[in-house]
Design a protein around this ligand. Structure first.
Ligand code: COS
Length: 388
């Protein structure tokens, strides 16, 4: 395994850091306070080529593969979890479903404008009766000549209110279940019968809009089936694998920011005549956080290397998501404790980071699901099948 980060990617990190400091940081607090996605910021992300980072240049992407995408997500996660969630839903799972499962015509028609940031994507799996139990979806797609008619609803869809294109999982044959009976579709916002339902009011990532999607006999051309009819469950599971890695990278950024804040404050805050960083109680919090960050950094970039070298990574992506989300919450909580009452103040970013971090333990597959995925992968060679 080659752990050297290529020069192109080092330069890319510098460019992203600069963009994030100048454009994302000023927007983060405002988006949280007002609870909206800043579309000017999304436009600037597009103009800087940051909405199609992993995809090949022939499809409008930056061609920086998963390594570049993880660098982007780490840098966004350092400053604004909402922006990381917007990019994660757009690039990491929405557009990714088309990249992984779509044909050349779909990549030309849909992936390319998504990668260029001309259109925004979302990934629609969760329903009232199906979130963790992804196989239990009820949204139905019925074939009618050379089109499908989709009926049902999706909930808690990140980017729902701002997206133009939706990767949607629907049942095409209820008798076949997930092995042949579930199909993925590309649905356009303008298609008749499609509408945005309830918009969520959330405790965190308030700059990332989340909503219900309603499909009232939406007519979708058969050409919008992603991959083969019946292959939708596998495409969505594979897409979630890469999404979970990106989320782990965003958690790495959040934890790193918390560590830096902790160290700065510990060096400057004097109590009992010395900086609090002189106290072992604080040093150990810093040491534990730094240790966990080193572990996550290795996990994330090794997993990116697995993806980019076309090796299996389902286990590793679930580990990144599980460990990363719990670790980022711990790191930010420690940073808040080190800052005392200042950390609890709404005038200081830590309380937003603390609220924002919590979602990573829930979305893109709860951490309970990640443990099922990990146990399943580890126990498979022993002939055991792990059931949810
Ligand atoms: N890559 C490729 N194939 C996969 C896969 C993956 N990551 N995960 C599952 N599959 C395949 C399995 O191999 C199986 O096919 P075979 O029987 O032919 O081998 C098929 O899909 C069904 O898998 P399984 O039997 O494990 O399905 P379950 O219904 O038991 O559910 C879990 C599996 C729980 C892991 C799945 O439903 C899941 O990930 N749920 C969480 C979904 C989620 O993240 N929701 C959040 C909302 S979306 S942001």
């Amino acid at each position: 395994m080659d752990f050297t980060i290529p020069k192109t990617h080092q330069l890319f990190r510098r460019m992203v850091r600069d963009f994030v400091e100048h454009e994302v940081r000023p927007a983060a607090k405002k988006m949280d306070a007002l609870g909206y996605s800043d579309m000017d910021l999304v436009r600037k992300l597009a103009e800087n080529g940051l909405l199609g980072v992993p995809f090949p240049q022939e499809y409008g992407g930056a061609g920086l593969r998963e390594l570049g995408y993880c660098i982007l997500m780490e840098e966004l996660g350092r400053v604004c979890t909402s922006t990381a969630a917007i990019v994660g839903a757009h690039t990491g799972i929405g557009a990714m479903a088309i990249y992984l499962g779509g044909d050349e015509a779909q990549k030309a028609k849909y992936l390319t404008p998504l990668a260029r940031g001309e259109r925004i994507a979302a990934f629609a799996l969760t329903e009232p009766d199906a979130g963790s139990d992804a196989a239990n979806i009820k949204t139905r797609a019925v074939r009618d000549g050379n089109r499908y008619i989709i009926t049902g609803s999706k909930i808690y869809i990140t980017n729902g209110p701002i997206a133009d294109l939706f990767a949607v999982m629907a049942v095409t044959d209820p008798h076949l279940g997930v092995r042949g009976g579930v199909t993925a579709f590309i649905v356009e916002r303008e298609m008749a019968g499609f509408s945005i339902g309830t918009v969520e009011h959330k405790m965190g990532i308030r700059g990332s809009a989340t909503s219900e999607l309603v499909f009232d006999e939406v007519i979708v051309p058969a050409a919008n089936v992603i991959g083969q009819v019946g292959a939708g469950f596998i495409t969505f599971m594979q897409t979630l694998d890469t999404g979970r890695l990106g989320l782990g990278a965003a958690c790495l950024g959040g934890a790193q920011a918390a560590l830096e804040m902790m160290c700065r404050y510990a060096a400057g805050r004097v109590q009992f005549g010395t900086p609090i960083g002189d106290k072992q109680s604080i040093q150990w919090m810093i040491a534990d956080t730094a240790t966990e960050i080193e572990a996550l950094r290795s996990l994330v970039y090794r997993t990116a290397w697995l993806v980019d070298s076309h090796q299996p990574f389902t286990l590793e992506a679930a580990v990144c998501k599980l460990f990363g989300s719990e670790m980022a919450s711990r790191a930010i909580d420690r940073a808040l404790q080190v800052h005392g009452a200042l950390g609890y103040s709404r005038d200081f970013p830590l309380e937003r980071m603390w609220r924002d971090a919590r979602i990573a333990e829930i979305f893109e597959g709860t951490n309970e699901i990640q443990r099922i995925v990990i146990a399943g992968q580890v126990l498979r060679p022993y002939g055991l099948r792990v059931r949810p």
